[in-house]
Design a protein around this ligand. Structure first.
Ligand code: ADP
Ligand code: ADP
Length: 223
């Protein structure tokens, strides 16, 4: 599904300083896997996820998506792959404050201009699955933090992505919400879809089928 070949990522800070966030990572994530990416803060987990999810480009190395080299594709082509096949869940839900729950979830469809009446039914379905069917008309400020995170989760699934990329999806949510999030990932994965989740929570990582551990930008273990 996604393979990273000898990936390096160097960030420039100002004119003098460089940070080597990833230092030669090679790893393949197969279709249908549920992988947790763990490691200490600053070890390169978010950078790994952003490169695998085509949000960032490596400084060096090759990224393959469905067997195809996507490293050198244009931004437009990379955006299309993300829109059609990828779903993203971040720690901050970034909902549009003037749209209600259902409208926020349907936003990726509205933006793609592929909106159909049946999308609304699927959106309602997803919101029921995360326990928000009675909050469809609420604006984000009328939702709790955990509820906002669940709206963002439903939004990430609206396009039925082949791969979910999640960066600390349960960071700063209570246990109740964390369980809803992880159970939905497991259910999605059981349908044959791929999940790649960054977390510093080892208990959560244990729910995944495989663990990739990073340390100072290098692969420490992959089990
Ligand atoms: P250290 O972790 O010892 O400080 P560095 O971060 O400087 O080492 O780099 C570790 C290794 O990775 C070095 O061999 C360096 O040349 C290589 N490396 C790091 N970033 C890149 C890059 N963007 N392109 C090529 N090689 C890199
Ligand atoms: P983790 O997710 O494991 O905390 P990150 O991938 O966020 O690690 O960061 C790895 C390293 O790269 C850190 O030293 C971080 O400060 C640096 N870094 C990450 N993103 C940027 C950026 N956009 N600009 C400069 N440095 C960055």
């Amino acid at each position: 599904m996604i393979s990273l070949e000898n990936i390096h990522k160097t960030y420039r800070i100002g004119r003098e300083r460089k940070v080597h966030a990833l230092k030669g990572i090679s790893e393949t994530i197969h279709a249908g896997e549920f992988v947790a990416v763990v490691g200490p803060s600053g070890s390169g987990k978010s950078t790994f996820l952003a490169i695998a999810g085509l949000l960032e480009r490596p400084t060096e190395g090759t990224v393959r998506f469905d067997g195809k080299d996507v490293t050198g594709l244009s931004d437009k082509e990379r955006t299309r792959i993300r829109a059609e096949q990828c779903g993203f869940v971040f720690q901050f839900p970034s909902l549009i404050p003037t749209l209600n729950t259902l409208e926020n979830v349907l936003l990726p469809k509205t933006l793609c201009r592929t909106y159909k009446k049946s999308d609304e039914e699927w959106g309602r379905n997803l919101l029921a699955r995360v326990g928000l069917d009675d909050k469809l008309d609420n604006l984000p400020y009328q939702l709790s933090g955990g509820e906002q995170r669940r709206v963002a989760l439903a939004r990430a699934l609206i396009n039925k992505p082949d791969v979910i990329f999640a960066d600390e999806p349960t960071g700063a949510v209570d246990e109740y919400n964390a369980i809803i999030i992880i159970e939905l990932f497991k259910e999605w994965n059981a349908q044959g879809r791929t999940v790649i989740m960054v977390t510093h929570d080892m208990k959560l990582a244990a729910e995944a089928g495989r663990i990739i551990q990073l340390e100072q930008g290098r692969l420490k273990i992959s089990i």
